[in-house]
Design a binder for this molecule. Structure first.
Ligand code: KG4
Ligand code: ZN
Length: 342
């Protein structure tokens, strides 16, 4: 079985050809970072237009690398939720068009479930049931991953996602977009105890939620105080940037590790799967490894190449295809987390 997977939920245009053995025959990701950098965040309109330009060449390139013809495919899979509406639509329209032209089945991919499935692909092991931590630019959530078809949310952010906080704080510190890698790099030479930033809900054993908005404000006050500062005119020394980055990163990591371990204890599940762009963070990976070793739980973190958005993780579609879960051609996009009932 050979499936073409298409990913365009946010600002990466990606396609891959995967098999039912979870072999990756060919995969391509085109990042749009250079288009959004000057805005220090993703601009939805720009993202959607760039997907339109790139989607066909990216699909062609994935097929070429795989050495597979369109006619050889068994299905076309596409991430149709959650994400930016305009971005999602480009991938969905491309997938539907191929399905109509080739007479192949259409399979839907939930982008968040796919981030967890990246752990299954990389480890080659069964990962369900497990606790799943998804930390990306748009989401910070903890799931009880009961099976490949059932993900129950146990908690999530009540305001900003972890990745969004990284991106915004990087902008305040004058670091480039995307902020996560830039903060991680700056933090290497910083003192993580230089500033004591808030860790929301960390002591609340009844909640598996996150809040990063107060943390973001605390960093802002530390840099510029209240009011409407012009961050570009604030001159921070390299060491101060490093110390702020390290202290901020440690606060985020403390919350993510504490709540993941709380979820493992509460559910009694022995496996923790971690995916999403922020899972590429070196300090987070190190601290999760320590915590998992301390509590004797099995930790699976997506490899770096499968943390940020990619189409390989869309191989979760193979499981749906095998179970006969194919979609009709009136499939819609669902920018939020919930697919409304018909
Ligand atoms: O999963 P992803 O590629 O896109 C979404 O689905 O949102 O995640 C992108 C996010 C960005 O906010 C980026 O700053 C963050 O992941 N990120 C990181 C690192 N690499 C990417 N955050 C912290 N440390 C990193 N090394
Ligand atoms: Zn993502």
């Amino acid at each position: 079985m050979q499936v073409l997977t298409i990913e365009s939920t946010c600002d990466e245009t990606a396609a891959a050809v995967v098999t039912d053995n979870l072999d990756v025959l060919g995969a391509v990701v085109a990042s749009q970072d250079e288009l959004h950098e000057r805005f220090r965040g993703v601009v939805p309109e720009i993202a959607a237009r760039a997907h339109v330009e790139r989607i066909l060449p990216i699909i062609d390139e994935a097929l070429r690398r795989a050495g597979v013809q369109l006619a050889d495919l068994d299905a076309i899979a596409v991430a149709n939720m959650p994400g930016l509406a305009g971005s999602l639509l480009v991938g969905l329209v491309a997938a539907k068009t191929l399905c109509v032209a080739l007479g192949k089945p259409l399979v839907a991919v939930n982008h968040l479930h796919a981030h967890i499935y990246a752990c299954r692909i990389a480890s080659g092991r069964e990962v369900f049931p497990s606790v799943g931590l998804i930390v990306s630019g748009g989401h910070s959530s903890i799931y009880h991953c009961k099976s490949v078809f059932q993900f129950d949310q146990l908690g999530g952010t009540i305001d900003d996602a972890a990745g969004e906080a990284f991106d915004k704080v990087a902008s305040m510190l004058g670091l480039p977009y995307p902020g996560g890698p830039a903060i991680s790099r700056a933090a290497e030479s910083g003192n993580l105890r230089a500033y004591r930033f808030p860790r929301s809900f960390i002591k609340d054993e009844d909640r598996l939620d996150f809040s990063f908005s107060g943390l973001k404000t605390a960093v802002r006050y530390e840099i510029a105080g209240p009011g409407r500062p012009d961050f570009d005119s604030i001159d921070l020394s390299e060491q101060r940037v490093a110390d702020l980055a390290a202290s901020f990163q440690e606060a985020v990591v403390d919350c993510l590790v504490a709540k993941s371990m709380l979820a493992v204890r509460k559910t009694g599940l022995g496996t923790l799967c971690v995916g999403g762009g922020v899972a590429a963070n070196r300090r987070l990976r190190e601290r999760l490894e320590q915590a998992a070793a301390d509590c004797g739980c099995d930790l699976l973190i997506a490899p770096l190449s499968l943390c940020t958005d990619n189409a390989v993780m869309g191989a979760i579609a193979i499981e749906r295809l095998k179970a006969g879960l194919v979609e009709s051609l009136d499939l819609d996009v669902y920018p939020g987390l919930v697919r409304p009932r018909a």
